[in-house]
Ligand binder design. Structure first.
Ligand code: FAD
Ligand code: NAD
Length: 157
């Protein structure tokens, strides 16, 4: 199986879209990611998976903390900015939760201290101990088959 076939298969798993944010003491850095998982309630732990070649890797190592921001369907331009797909010319507004930069108007921002760092193949998992969350109303941005989309709520019996 080649990489394209693997990615096509993984793309059949519909996800939301997040931007991971951190500050290494000098600069605020963001990166778009959909490899996110909530993993434990007691203690409250989440994980993200960062490509070992991504600039974000060293930024999180330096700061020891990060936020995961779930994007709304009005924030595709922010996702594209932090994936290096298309620069957002009017800039990005950051907020702050417990000293960690967050994306303003994200559906939720989950703020963590790095609890464990596990190198797995060509990515590194950063397990985060959640120290705060910020939640707003709205609808999610989605990613499916390599394309952005939105979500329409439909109730099933
Ligand atoms: P860079 O390439 O250095 O930065 C990314 C972009 O963000 C650049 O254009 C930069 O100018 C901009 N930027 C950074 N900080 C700021 C700031 N303060 N203000 C304004 N702009 C800023 N990769 C993974 O490793 N894991 C994943 O789970 C993952 N999921 C993805 C999901 C989707 C839907 C997409 C589209 C991409 C995903 N990627 C993922 C790929 C990843 O987003 C890109 O490869 C990204 O460019 C790598 O980021 P980097 O840290 O190397 O940063
Ligand atoms: P795509 O077809 O590459 O993505 C479909 C799915 O494949 C993703 O949702 C993800 O589950 C998986 N995937 C893609 N690249 C991966 C990687 N390097 N490691 C592990 N899983 C990966 O979609 P696209 O529109 O071509 O993606 C845009 C860019 O973002 C590509 O360069 C892609 O590699 C990158 N991306 C990386 C990850 C990741 O590192 N986990 C996830 C999504 C997208």
């Amino acid at each position: 199986m080649d990489s394209r076939e693997f990615r096509n298969a993984m793309g059949k798993f519909a996800t939301g879209v997040t931007v991971i944010t951190t500050n290494d003491g000098t600069n605020t850095h963001g990166m778009t990611a959909n490899a996110f998982m909530s993993i434990s309630l007691d203690p409250k732990l989440i994980t993200i998976s960062i490509d070992n070649k991504a600039n974000m890797l060293q930024k999180i190592k330096a700061s020891g903390q990060y936020a995961v921001n779930f994007l709304s369907d009005k924030q595709q331009d922010i996702s594209m900015n932090f994936a290096g797909q298309k620069k957002k010319e009017d800039g990005v507004d950051f907020g702050d939760v417990q000293g960690v930069p967050v994306i303003k108007d994200a559906l939720a921002s989950v703020v963590c201290d790095v609890d464990q760092e596990i190198v797995v193949g060509d990515h590194t998992l950063f397990i985060g101990k959640v120290k705060d969350v910020k939640v707003t109303e709205g609808n999610p941005l989605t990613f499916y088959c390599g394309k952005y989309g939105d979500y329409r709520q439909k109730e099933y019996a």
